[in-house]
Structures are given as structure tokens and as C-alpha cells.
Design a protein around this ligand. Structure first.
Ligand SMILES: *Cc1c(COP(=O)(O)O)cnc(C)c1O
Length: 397
């Protein structure tokens, strides 16, 4: 009989998240009338900007006429969208539209990009982190070194102990809400240059940065185009989690070695991969994404991000006033709440659920170094966020 991919059995079944779901279900069965508020999930709640909806409707109508309908589009994305991205996201960083690849999500991009690198490449992944980096490399059978992100270092990942060739960085960070400074990023770009490594820089939350001088793009660091791939998404920027559109920058200056040991273009490899396995994002979706960069769209995005960040401020300040130690929530929609002394992530999760019917995400689900923290998101409605905070006020500590 055919053998299954053996590496799939190296994935840790996500026991923790299953366990959490089970505990919530159990609680609901026991108290069917309880009004549970979730600040646990990482999904958005506010409507998609009106400018995007308008563009999407117009594009949908175009599809209804033989003259204006669109069939297969370019796999890499329509030029109108790639041009809008280059002009608006990278006006002074010199990113060419041939270096931008439009996709149906940063999750897919982050999972797929590793395919163009050797299976033998050693991978370095921060801990705690967005689990997709880890699981996709486990599926590929790669060796992973986890980089501890500790409070004392501002949750900035430590440099690898062994030489790494593929490095994942996420700033602003999910789940800690921490950001990498220019100095932090320069350290990584230097490391990558010295070690012939490639950095996968996930900036899905760049729209949430409020602190001045925090880089929004890794290409703000000199020489980064030779060592870094950058991912962005409309999911958290414009509420596209259910619409699906993202993009990845693969600079032409980025090289890897071919089978003969000669330098080869990673952009060309990714272009080959993308056009072989992907048939492009829906025309209506790309038109909606383009509208994010219109004057109206930009204003609506600012309002939406402002709404979530006001939630973040309320959560941070209420928790701090209650005596909790909190991190994040300034440059990211995530608040990283330290558990009271001696309490595990899961114990605080249970306390919040049982005492005040509030759902959070235990930090241990994001990695070993997430233990001792829980993640709260500011993606809820204002009403639910305020209700949740009122309840935290009543919590016995
Ligand atoms: C939400 C998120 C993404 C975006 O994923 P999409 O597939 O574009 O919705 C990427 N990276 C991180 C760290 C995220 O939290």
C-alpha cells in the first residue's frame, strides 16, 4: 500500500487548541445561558471598507457582460494591483512590479515559499509564533531550531545557535504584539548575509504600527533585498480574512544555489512555482484590493485600524489598572498578558472562562516560550470589548 508522507506524523496534533475548544464546549453545555465573549480568535469583526465593496460590486457587474468579463488572469496578479502595491507600499524602496506576487493569502504564501529551498536547509523559527511557519517546515521534513523570544529581550528572537539558512521573522508579532526595531532587523540582515541565509519577513500587521521609526518593511534596512522575502496581506489591513488577498515580494537580487553550486534567482523559482500551482486571485477580489489604496480606501482603513487599536488601548489600560502585567497592544492588535505568578497559561484561560465567561488563547499554544502568557485580541466589537473589560474588573485575583 502507498505510504503516507512520514513527516506528517511529526506534527504535534494541536492538542492544546483542541483541548481549549473542548473546554469551551463543555462550559456551554453546563451553562447554556452564559454569555461568553471571545477575545481569543484572531479574526476581524468590522465590515470591509466601503471603497472595497464598491469596487467589488462594479467588478462583479463587469463579469456579467461578454465584453468586460475576465477569465483566467495573470497568475502573478493583475498589473493594476501590483502597480498600486508598488506605488503605495513601496514608494521609495524601489520594488519592481515583477517582484510582487499576488496570492489568496499570506498563510498560503508562508506555507508555500519554503518549497523553493532545499529540504536540507536548516530553519530557524521564533518561539512563540504563528504556528504556520513551524508546521509547514515539519511537513517538509526540515530541521528546525526554535529561537526563544523572552520578556527580558522585549520578545525579540535570539540569534540561532547553529547556522540557519531559512529564518522566519514576524513584526508586529502574532502573538506577543512586539515589534522589531531597525537595529533588530539590521542584526538579522547582517546575519543572513554572513551565513548565506534567507529571511521570510511577515509584516501582515504593519498597518497597526504606531511607534515612530519602527520599520514597516524589512527593505528599509540597507541590503535586505539580497536576503529577504516580505509577506503582506489585506486580511488584517482591510478586513479581507473572508475575501482572501495577499502579496509577497521576492526581490530579483535574492539568490540561492542551484544543483551545480551556481547562483540562481529565487524570484524566477518562485515565479515558476506560483504559475505552476496557482491560477491567480479572482478579478473581483483584486479590484477590491486595489481600492484599499484609493484615497477613500486609505481613509477607511485608517478608521478601522484606529477602531481596533482603541480596543487594544482599553484592554491594556484596564488590565494594567487591575494589576496585570501586559505587553503588546501598541503596534499590534494583540495583547500579551502575563499570568499571575505560578499560574499556567491554561489555568488563567480556565479562570477567565469560569469566573467571567471570557475566552482568551493560552500562550503555550504558540510555543514553549509562550507559557506564562495568554493572548487577547482587539479584533472584537467595541461593545464586547467593553463588556469583557467590565467583567475583568470583577475578577477575583
Ligand atoms: C493573520 C496572519 C496572516 C494573514 O493570513 P492570510 O492568509 O493572508 O489571511 C499572516 N501572518 C500572520 C502572522 C497572521 O497572524
Amino acid at each position: 500500500m502507498i505510504k503516507a508522507n512520514p513527516y506528517y506524523f511529526d506534527l504535534s496534533a494541536n492538542y492544546l487548541f483542541q483541548e481549549i475548544a473542548r473546554k469551551i464546549k463543555q462550559f456551554k453545555e453546563k451553562k447554556p445561558d452564559a454569555d461568553i465573549i471571545s477575545l481569543g480568535i484572531g479574526d476581524v469583526t468590522q465590515p470591509i471598507p466601503a471603497a472595497c465593496i464598491k469596487a467589488m460590486v462594479k467588478a462583479a457587474e463587469e463579469m456579467g457582460s461578454a465584453v468586460t468579463m475576465h477569465g483566467y488572469g495573470p497568475e502573478q496578479g493583475y498589473e493594476f494591483l501590483r502597480q498600486a502595491i508598488a506605488d503605495n507600499d513601496y514608494p521609495s524602496l524601489g520594488i519592481d512590479i515583477d517582484e510582487i506576487f499576488v496570492s489568496d493569502g499570506a498563510k498560503c504564501d508562508v506555507g508555500n515559499i519554503q518549497e523553493v529551498f532545499s529540504q536540507a536547509a536548516r530553519v530557524a523559527i521564533p518561539d512563540p509564533v504563528y504556528p504556520v511557519y513551524r508546521d509547514t517546515n515539519i511537513m517538509a521534513g526540515r530541521q528546525i531550531e526554535y529561537l526563544p523570544c523572552v520578556r527580558e529581550a522585549g520578545f525579540s528572537p535570539a540569534l540561532p545557535k547553529e547556522k540557519a539558512e531559512l529564518i522566519y521573522l514576524c513584526s508586529p508579532n502574532n502573538p506577543t504584539g512586539a515589534v522589531l526595531t531597525k537595529d533588530d532587523l539590521k542584526k538579522w540582515v547582517d546575519y543572513a548575509k554572513e551565513n548565506g541565509a534567507v529571511i521570510i519577513f511577515d509584516s501582515a500587521y504593519k498597518e497597526y504600527i504606531t511607534t515612530p521609526d519602527i520599520p514597516h518593511s524589512i527593505y528599509e534596512i540597507e541590503g535586505a533585498k539580497e536576503v529577504a522575502i516580505e509577506l503582506r496581506s489585506f486580511s488584517k489591513t482591510a478586513g479581507f480574512t473572508g475575501v482572501r488577498c495577499a502579496y509577497m515580494v521576492v526581490p530579483k537580487a535574492l539568490k540561492a544555489l542551484d544543483a551545480q553550486g551556481n547562483e540562481t534567482s529565487v524570484n524566477a523559482l518562485w515565479s515558476r512555482r506560483h504559475s505552476t500551482k496557482f491560477n491567480g486571485v479572482a478579478y473581483v477580489v483584486q479590484r477590491a484590493a486595489e481600492a484599499v489604496f484609493s484615497a477613500e480606501g486609505k481613509k477607511q482603513v485608517r478608521e478601522m485600524v484606529g477602531y481596533y487599536m482603541e480596543n487594544a488601548r482599553l484592554i491594556r489600560e484596564t488590565l494594567a489598572a487591575k494589576g496585570f502585567t501586559v505587553y503588546g497592544g501598541v503596534d499590534a492588535p494583540y495583547i500579551w498578558l502575563q499570568t499571575p505568578a505560578g499560574m499556567t497559561s491554561v489555568a488563567l484561560f480556565e479562570k477567565l472562562l469560569n469566573e467571567v465567561q471570557l475566552v482568551c488563547t493560552p500562550g503555550s499554544g504558540f510555543g514553549t516560550y509562550g507559557e506564562g502568557f495568554v493572548r487577547l485580541t482587539s479584533f472584537g466589537t467595541r461593545e464586547n470589548t467593553l463588556k469583557a473589560l467590565e467583567r475583568i474588573g470583577n475578577l477575583s485575583l
